[in-house]
Design a protein. Structure first.
Length: 304
């Protein structure tokens, strides 16, 4: 009887831990600790793309954590979505906690988790959208802990992009520039609370930068459309410390050139205009980002 039950269980649960391969468990205690045991931290890639919002990550992308993310994304180990969602929820809380007036989610309004979308081809090949699935799990975890949250999957890919593997940070920015857009009606929905862009992994920050540009553009359009009547366009928004509210106004190559030449200034209490960019108003300040994991170097840079 016991053998029959275990065989049936294997049809539902992975035969081994997604991190280390231990049999008969979705995620062993050691791998779970690697994923969620440390306090989430602020992460910044180097070079940091202009327009990248403040990003918090739950874990370093290495060893067991890397294996877990790949098992979920590429091998369809969907049972890992729950612990990955728990890790992402921790990073979201850290981001909200570092933003002014953010812990409650902006006056009781729900935190809006906006997943960075995979391409349609990738979703078809994998059979699921990893970032959206993890975002749904994170929203559930946040609600269970008393933070109102919902997933707002409003971002769409509006053109094909090249495979990112093998591209450097500048090439990734150029590849993704203008690739995302908020779907019809999404700008109005984005006024419903503080926005947190979410993804499973941050490497160079190019995807989150492009997602932030698309959200900022939609929010600015909605702000212009409503004329700010009654303060509705800013209602419920929070301010994320360290964010640089900019949108693309030139090529990504020019953007990276300005960044490398030191045109971005932080920590002075002032924002300096970056050539080729235009600010889109206070609505930008509502955007934070959270990921399950980031490259180890992006944690180390915050100690400098």
């Amino acid at each position: 009887m016991r053998g029959w039950w275990q065989d049936l269980t294997d049809l539902v649960l992975p035969a081994e831990c997604g991190g280390c391969g231990m049999p008969r468990t979705v995620l062993c205690e050691e791998c779970r600790a690697a994923l969620t045991g440390a306090a989430p931290g602020r992460v910044r890639p180097e070079p940091e793309p202009p327009g990248l919002p403040v990003v918090h990550a739950a874990a370093r992308y290495a060893d067991e954590v890397r294996a877990v993310l790949l098992a979920h994304k590429e091998r369809g180990a969907l049972g890992l979505a729950a612990p990955l969602g728990t890790a992402l929820a921790g990073a979201v809380r850290a981001g909200l906690g570092s933003a002014s007036g953010a812990a409650s989610g902006g006056g009781g309004r729900p935190v809006l988790l906006v997943p960075v979308p995979s391409s349609r081809a990738a979703v078809r090949a994998r059979g699921h959208d990893p970032a959206r699935r993890i975002a749904l799990a994170a929203a559930g975890e946040l609600r269970r802990s008393g933070t109102a949250a919902r997933v707002l999957a409003v971002l769409r890919q509006r053109r094909a992009v090249a495979d990112q593997s093998g591209l450097n940070s500048r090439e990734r920015l150029e590849n993704l520039a203008g690739a995302l857009a908020v779907g019809p009606g999404g700008g109005r929905l984005l006024r419903g609370g503080p926005v947190v862009l979410v993804d499973d992994l941050m490497t160079t920050g190019a995807s989150l930068t492009e997602a932030a540009r698309a959200v900022r553009a939609a929010t600015a359009h909605e702000w212009a459309r409503t004329g700010g009547e009654g303060g509705t366009a800013k209602e419920g928004l929070i301010s994320c410390r360290g964010a640089t509210p900019v949108v693309y106004g030139g090529t990504a190559g020019a953007v990276m050139g300005e960044r490398m030449n030191g045109s971005r200034h932080e920590g002075t209490g002032r924002r300096h205009a970056v050539p080729g960019f235009a600010g889109v108003g206070r609505a930008d300040d509502s955007i934070c980002a959270a990921v399950v994991a980031a490259m180890p170097d992006s944690f180390e840079i915050n100690r400098n």
